[in-house]
Design a protein around this ligand. Structure first.
Ligand SMILES: Nc1ncnc2c1ncn2[C@@H]1O[C@H](COP(=O)(O)OP(=O)(O)OP(=O)(O)O)[C@@H](O)[C@H]1O
Length: 257
């Protein structure tokens, strides 16, 4: 079942058509990776789906219910974000994870339970009462992921969350997120420029080019049958075929080394 759907989306800025997407959906329990070269429109599409940007025309549906001005804020509270920069406030790890829960007026007992749960699941319990300013890049990103997942979102947006982390840190975090997300009902959109991450995290892959969605399918399907030259060119950077078909990837090996 699709949690989020977009139909006939057009996004025009300064007279230029930036997005022209007939249909795009995020199914429950699946991670959809969105790729495309710089300027293809990934951020614009993500912001429109996240109800942070209004398209010039088109409709967004949340579980079949059309989004409009009256329900937008309520529906946005069912979504959470992890950005490339962790965007933490200068306070303790615990307080950073609490922020969104306070904003949503989650009762104290339930808030404490969720913060405890996600501190443990992200392996950062020992850092809970320390200030975020001394955290490494990987630890800081774990805090930002705990903050997002503590909201128990129905839709999660991951905007290049591993960029800037060293290879072993990135590999371990990637495996941990995959373990946390797979088996949940969360619909996740994952924007990345590092195609080696895709087979480990994503169930589906969508390719955007000049504002148009040119192909969606499993990473394996798209790898085997790229729809056109543009997809073929993009995918030449995907990991080797053996890795796509279930073998251990470079990232996994490095993470486990
Ligand atoms: N508010 C805006 N006003 C004018 N132009 C915009 C606006 N937002 C996006 N654009 C343009 O739309 C195009 C798509 O931008 P977008 O950031 O969505 O692409 P992207 O695929 O996320 O790129 P990147 O990989 O570099 O982050 C770009 O050419 C950008 O300059």
């Amino acid at each position: 079942m699709a949690v989020l759907e977009a139909e006939d989306i057009k996004f025009i800025k300064n007279g230029r058509l930036i997005l022209d997407v007939e249909h795009f959906s995020l199914p429950a329990g699946e991670v959809t990776a969105l790729i495309g070269v710089n300027g293809a429109g990934k951020t614009s599409l993500m912001q429109i789906l996240a109800l942070l940007q209004q398209p010039t025309s088109g409709r967004i549906f949340f579980k079949g219910q059309q989004v409009h001005r009256g329900n937008l804020l309520k529906l946005r509270q069912k979504m959470a974000f992890v950005f490339q920069q962790p965007l933490l406030l200068d306070m303790s790890v615990r307080k950073n994870i609490e922020i969104g829960l306070r904003f949503r007026k989650v009762p104290k007992k339930e808030m404490d339970r969720r913060v405890q749960e996600w501190l443990e699941k992200l392996g950062i319990y020992h850092l809970a009462d320390g200030p975020v300013r001394y955290l490494s890049g990987g630890e800081a990103q774990r805090v930002s992921i705990a903050r997002a997942l503590a909201l128990e979102p129905e839709v999660l947006f991951l905007d290049e969350p591993f960029t800037g982390l060293d290879s072993p840190t990135r590999g371990q975090l990637l495996l941990d997120i995959a373990n946390l997300l797979h088996g949940t009902k969360i619909a996740t959109l994952f924007v990345t420029h590092d195609y080696a991450e895709i087979p480990h995290l994503a169930h589906r892959l969508s390719v955007l080019d000049h504002g148009k969605l040119i192909q969606t399918g499993t990473p394996q399907e798209i790898y085997r049958q790229p729809k056109n030259e543009t997809v073929t060119r993009l995918l030449q950077w995907l990991p080797l075929r053996g890795e796509m078909q279930g073998g251990r990837s470079r990232i996994e090996k490095e993470a486990l080394a």
